[in-house]
Write a protein that binds this ligand. Structure first.
Ligand SMILES: [Cu+2]
Length: 148
């Protein structure tokens, strides 16, 4: 629609393909092995915006179920409830931890259980950017969790 914007886009693609890629860094990525008899679980990671621009995550997808979404945990009195988050905004340089008891990636209606030592792919859909995909290792325990 706007010619200058289009020209800029083309220039970026032609002259600096590296900087076009992944400005979202995903580390400490893990998914909890499904509890016995359950076909749902949650995935966690540290997300860091390594760019100079605001990044908006508008969705998540995975290779194990189409029912993948971002959830936040709310404590109402002493009950924890979860609800879907429409988008996650990370300002330039900002990071956030998806962690048990907080914001997490929810995987529901899995076709089969996820077990230790397996890994799955989760992709983050970004506004105005290519999706960023990362491998999440399945683990029973929280050994891979690091809190700052
Ligand atoms: Cu949830």
């Amino acid at each position: 629609m706007h010619r200058p914007a289009l020209f800029l886009l083309v220039s970026v693609l032609v002259f600096s393909p590296q900087t076009w890629a992944a400005d979202l860094s995903v580390t400490n990525a893990w998914v909890r092995a499904t509890p016995p008899g359950q076909l749902m679980t949650a995935a966690y990671a540290t997300l860091q915006n390594t760019s100079n621009e605001t990044l908006v995550i508008t969705g998540v997808t995975s290779n194990v179920t189409e029912y993948t979404s971002v959830h936040e945990t709310l404590i109402d009195r002493d009950r924890a409830t979860m609800r879907p988050v429409q988008q996650l905004t990370l300002n330039a340089g900002e990071h956030t931890d998806l962690a048990p008891g907080g914001t997490h990636i929810m995987l529901m209606k899995l076709s089969e259980p996820l077990t230790d030592a397996q890994s799955i792919d989760i992709c983050f859909t970004l506004e105005n950017n290519n999706p960023v995909c990362n491998e999440f290792s399945v683990t029973k325990h929280r050994a891979s969790m690091k809190h700052h």
